[in-house]
Design a protein around this ligand. Structure first.
Ligand code: NAD
Length: 351
């Protein structure tokens, strides 16, 4: 069977890297990028593949079950890689319901449409859900998240992602749908919306604006270059065992404050500023409510069973990322001004 893959959230940060990888690497696959183009979706992320004959963009909302049913039947969708989500923890604290609507309700809509469309041949199709390590909660006393670690989500964002993971597993168990889930640590790299730590710091350092750091900046996260995550998704999609979960991570833990200092140091060098100039912009702000202290992922299973491991060292990835932001000021101007919505209307009309 020829593959027609529905990738949701393909105009977002990680989704756009996944869509580009699949369109370029698999010319025999038809790739359908479904995205509602919220504030986080940006078609400029996909410029390189515009016009590719195996690439199709569908503006749709996963909260709209009827449209999803039509898409599955009109385009003969054979598999799903589901990334569409509300993804920013701070926004989930101020508006939890938006996260339930997209991350939980939207995911169940997609599962239902897939189940309906694939009928009695569920064993011939795959529903792949891309999730986060935040579902495991906070590691206060050492150790690592394993695939067997119990869920203990602490923020409205992670609670919504945990819930969607549970629904995916429930559909595998109840209806025998072929599913796979991966839980990844923090991503960084090109096309990251500048509300997140690394692009926010690069943007603010360049513009001499304050660098807000929560609490004392002691919180620890594992970081992975976004293209390595896209490679991992390719690996899990093609070789992962149905019904399984794979943790994806960079074996690369950093305290937030150390990342901010590293960015200050590198940006001083790149911008020809005196050493220590950018660090003066660091401003400690009241900690995020319920801020998880440490996430650390053990990604041995995907390495041992599927042969995936990160290809880039962090220093190299950070250099690439800073250079990308410095060379793509137009992209930054557009996402900070909302002008990419005009870009969409020019390309596709105001559907
Ligand atoms: P993002 O916010 O950059 O992109 C999300 C995309 O989903 C956007 O293009 C947006 O327009 C689209 N979208 C949102 N609501 C939608 C809806 N109702 N219908 C259709 N499309 C909708 O997010 P990201 O950082 O690229 O994350 C992608 C996925 O990976 C998410 O599921 C997230 O939970 C997961 N994840 C992210 C990270 C990370 O560090 N960013 C780490 C692990 C897992």
């Amino acid at each position: 069977m020829k593959k027609s893959i529905l990738i949701t959230g393909g105009a977002g940060f990680i989704g756009s890297h996944v869509v580009k990888l699949f369109v370029e690497k698999y010319p025999d696959y038809q790739i359908f990028n479904l995205d509602a183009l919220t504030y986080a979706g940006n078609l400029e992320n996909l410029k390189e593949i515009e016009g590719a004959s195996n690439y199709h963009f569908l503006k749709a909302d996963i909260q709209d079950a009827e449209t999803l049913d039509e898409i599955f039947s009109n385009y003969g969708i054979t598999d799903v890689i589901h990334l569409a989500a509300e993804s920013h923890v701070d926004r989930s604290i101020s508006d939890p319901l938006a996260f339930v609507k997209t991350n939980v309700f939207g995911t169940v809509n997609l599962l239902n449409s897939a189940k309906k469309a694939w009928g009695k041949e569920l064993d011939k199709h795959l529903f792949y859900h891309v999730s986060t390590d935040e579902v495991y909660g906070s590691l206060e006393d050492g150790g690592f998240f394993l695939e067997s670690t119990s869920y203990d989500p602490q923020s409205p964002y992670s609670a919504s992602k945990a819930s969607s993971d549970h629904f995916v597993r429930a559909y595998a168990n109840t209806y025998k749908m072929r599913t796979v889930i991966s839980n990844c640590s923090n991503n960084y790299g090109p096309n990251h919306f500048p509300e997140k730590l690394i692009p926010l710091c690069i943007h603010n350092i360049k513009n001499n604006k304050a660098l807000p750091v929560y609490g004392k900046g002691e919180n620890i996260r594992d970081w992975l270059f976004v293209k390595d995550h896209a490679r991992a998704i390719d690996t899990v999609f093609h070789s992962g065992k149905a019904g399984d979960t794979y943790n994806i991570g960079g074996f690369n833990e950093w305290k937030n404050i150390d990342i901010v200092r590293l960015l200050c140091q590198k940006m001083d060098e790149k911008l020809g500023r005196e050493k220590g100039t950018s660090e003066k912009l660091i401003t400690f702000v009241t900690d995020r409510a319920g801020h998880d202290m440490r996430y650390a992922i053990d990604a041995s299973k995907i390495k041992d069973e599927l042969g995936w491991e990160p290809s880039l060292q962090f220093e190299e990835g950070i250099e690439l990322t800073i250079d990308w932001y410095l060379n793509n000021q137009e992209w930054l101007d557009h996402v900070t001004s909302g002008a990419y919505q005009d870009y969409y209307s020019d390309l596709y009309g105001s559907r």
